[in-house]
Design a protein around this ligand. Structure first.
Ligand SMILES: [Fe+2]
Length: 356
C-alpha cells in the first residue's frame, strides 16, 4: 500500500461502539489492527492499544478510488446495514407505530409508549456518542423524516443528559421528551407536512400550533413532560412560541430539546431543502446561542459533538471524500480535513456538505 493512502488519526478517536469504515493500521503501518466493517468493543480496543505499543497515532487506509463519493444507492445500503446492526431500525419502526396511533386516537397512550421508552433507555445505556452521531448525521429518505426526527431528537437529548452527568433515569426521561416533543405534528395536514416548497405564512401559522397539540395529546402524561414538549420552540429572548416564555421560565428539558431539534432538522434531507453539514449547523447554533438558545447548553453541545466527528469521512463540495482531522472551536464551520494524505483547510468555496 502506498504511503499516501494512509491517513494518521489519533488513537483516542477509536471508542467502544465506533463503526470502523476502513482498515486501521498500526502507527508504523506494518500491521492491520482493525478490519473495515468492525464495531469496536472493549476487547478490540484493548488489543489495538497493546499492538500499537502505546503510540498516540494509528493509520486509516483511504484508497484513492474511494475518494469520490459513492453512489446514492450504495450509501443507502450502508445506512440500512448500520441501522440494523445497531437496532436503530427497530426503534424507528416503533416510532412509526406510535405516531400513526397518535394521529388515529388523538392521544398518546402511555402504556403503549412504555415499550419504546424501555428500548430507548436500553439504547442510551449502551450506545456510544459516536454511534448516535453517525446515525443522526446519515442522510435518509425525506418521507421518513418525522419518525426519524423523533428518534434522533430522543438520542441527542439523551446524549446531552449523559454529557451533563445525569443518572440513566434522567437521561431516559430526556430521551422520552425528545421522542414526544413533535407528536402534535401527527395531527398536522399531510399536505403541509410533506410540501416540497417553503410554507406560506398561513401554512406556517398552522404548523406553529403543533407544540400546543403535543401538549394536548400528552394529557395522560405528567404535567412536567407535557410542558417540556410544549416549550421546545420557545426562545431565550422571549420571541418563540406558543407562550413567548424567556430564559429560565422555559423548562430546561425544552431548552435541551430545542438544540437537538434544530440540529437534527437542519442536517436532515427535507422535501423543501438540502441537508446542511454538521459543521454548518454547529456554526449556526453558536451564532444563535444566548439570543435564542441557552448558551451554556449550546456550549456543552459544541464541546462534545466535534470530538465525535474527528476521523469521520465527509463529502466535500467538489464531490470528493475526505477525513475530518481538526476542528477549531473558533472556526467550527470549516474543519481541517485530510485528503490523499494531504492536510486541507476547508473554506467558503471548498467545504463539507455531509457526512459520508
Ligand atoms: Fe417542533
Amino acid at each position: 500500500m502506498k504511503e499516501v493512502d494512509l491517513i494518521p488519526i489519533p488513537i483516542d478517536t477509536l471508542h467502544i461502539g465506533t463503526f470502523v469504515q476502513d482498515n486501521i493500521y498500526a502507527h508504523d503501518s506494518s500491521q492491520l489492527l482493525i478490519k473495515a466493517g468492525t464495531f469496536i468493543d472493549d476487547r478490540i480496543l484493548e488489543r489495538v492499544k497493546h499492538l500499537n505499543g502505546g503510540k498516540p497515532t494509528v493509520f486509516l487506509a483511504g484508497l484513492p478510488l474511494k475518494s469520490l463519493a459513492m453512489p446514492q444507492d450504495e450509501m443507502e445500503k450502508r445506512r440500512k446495514a448500520l441501522e440494523k446492526a445497531t437496532g436503530y431500525d427497530k426503534i424507528a419502526d416503533e416510532a412509526v407505530d406510535y405516531l400513526s396511533e397518535t394521529a388515529k386516537n388523538k392521544s398518546v397512550d402511555p402504556v403503549k409508549l412504555k415499550v419504546i421508552s424501555h428500548m430507548l433507555s436500553n439504547w442510551m445505556g449502551t450506545a456510544s456518542s459516536a454511534i448516535v452521531l453517525t446515525l443522526v448525521n446519515a442522510l435518509a429518505p425525506v418521507d421518513e423524516y418525522l419518525q426519524r426526527h423523533c428518534v434522533n431528537t430522543a438520542f441527542l437529548n439523551g446524549l446531552m443528559g449523559k454529557w451533563m452527568g445525569l443518572p440513566l433515569e434522567a437521561v431516559s426521561r430526556l430521551a422520552l421528551i425528545g421522542l414526544l416533543h413533535d407528536c402534535g405534528k401527527a395531527l398536522m395536514p399531510h399536505s403541509i407536512l410533506n410540501e416540497h416548497r417553503r410554507l406560506t405564512v398561513v401554512e406556517y401559522e398552522v404548523i406553529k400550533t403543533h407544540p400546543l397539540h403535543s401538549y394536548e395529546l400528552l394529557s395522560d402524561f405528567p404535567e412536567d413532560v407535557r410542558f417540556a414538549a410544549r416549550g421546545h420552540h420557545e426562545k431565550m429572548n422571549g420571541t418563540g412560541y406558543p407562550d413567548g416564555l424567556a430564559n429560565d421560565a422555559i423548562p430546561i428539558e425544552s431548552r435541551i430539546t430545542a438544540i437537538s431539534d434544530i440540529y437534527d432538522a437542519l442536517v436532515a434531507q427535507r422535501a423543501y431543502k438540502e441537508p446542511r453539514s454538521p459543521f454548518n449547523v454547529l456554526a449556526l447554533l453558536k451564532r444563535i446561542a444566548g439570543r435564542e438558545l441557552d448558551e451554556r447548553l449550546v456550549n456543552l453541545f459544541l464541546t462534545n459533538i466535534p470530538k465525535e466527528l474527528i476521523g469521520k469521512q465527509v463529502v466535500l463540495s467538489n464531490g470528493t471524500v475526505a477525513y475530518v482531522r481538526e476542528i477549531d472551536y473558533d472556526d467550527i464551520e470549516y474543519p481541517i480535513v485530510n485528503q490523499f494524505g494531504e492536510r486541507l483547510k476547508t473554506n467558503e468555496t471548498l467545504y463539507c456538505t455531509s457526512m459520508y
